[in-house]
Design a protein around this ligand. Structure first.
Ligand SMILES: [Zn+2]
Length: 238
């Protein structure tokens, strides 16, 4: 579905855009495409088994999956990065934070293949972004902020679109109408790091928040992050 002019959600099982066989409670994450003059940017890949569906959704909106130039990964979990190897094989330039790059290279338990009863297919990330690092791809400047906690690889990506600050937030903020946080079952889940990430994220200006699952926030995104920080402070303070 088109979210904004030139920004599309092309994957996600909670809205039925891509539907995988049941593996975990939540399978495919939300995947987003940004359409630029020189090609397409993809954010998160889903489990991989549904890549054909994701590509069909891209075609539905008049775009060509062969035009995907870059794919950004929010973290290494199977439902977000499982399809990364398919993109790599197609020559897509992959971008992530350092911890995610290491996890998907090894394909180890940080990728949570076990949760989906699948083997994670490892692959190499091409560009590794550090905290606060900005990268300009196809003319769009994108800033990476490392937000470890849900997994140690969590990275959010922000950019300005039609004068608004858009944040692609992965699983840092729970937006499934149940629970404030991303799933806490990760092998590398860390409350201390998560709380610190939420404090930093609450300082950000956010107009639109495009999360890893569930609802897109077209208003009240910053308020939502502040609510989650407040919950974390009350539940996790020691
Ligand atoms: Zn996750």
């Amino acid at each position: 579905m088109q979210l904004l002019h030139g920004i599309f959600q092309v994957g996600g099982d909670l809205v039925g855009l891509t539907v995988d066989e049941p593996g975990a409670i939540w399978n495919d994450c939300n995947s987003y495409v940004i359409r630029l003059d020189e090609g397409l940017l993809l954010f998160d890949a889903g489990c991989g088994d549904t890549m054909d569906q994701l590509f069909a959704n891209i075609r539905y909106w008049g775009m060509d999956p062969a035009d995907i130039r870059y794919a950004f990964l929010t973290h290494p979990h199977y439902d977000h990065a499982g399809g990364g190897y398919v993109l790599k094989d197609r020559g897509v330039h992959l971008v992530s934070g350092k911890e995610t790059a290491d996890a998907v290279h090894k394909g180890d338990n940080r990728c949570c293949g076990y949760l989906y009863h699948k083997v994670f297919n490892p692959f190499d990330v091409d560009t590794i972004l550090d905290e606060g690092q900005k990268i300009t791809v196809l003319g769009l400047e994108i800033e990476a902020r490392l937000m470890p906690g849900h997994s140690m690889g969590c990275t959010i990506y922000s950019f300005v679109w039609e004068g608004k600050k858009v944040v692609i937030s992965g699983d840092v903020i729970g937006t499934k109408l149940s629970g404030d946080f991303g799933w806490s079952g990760s092998i590398d889940f860390c409350r201390t790091e998560y709380l610190d990430s939420l404090k930093r994220m609450a300082d950000l200006e956010i107009d639109y928040m495009l999360p890893g699952h569930g609802m897109v926030y077209f208003s009240g995104a910053k308020r939502r992050v502040e609510e989650v920080l407040n919950t974390a402070l009350m539940e996790w303070r020691q």
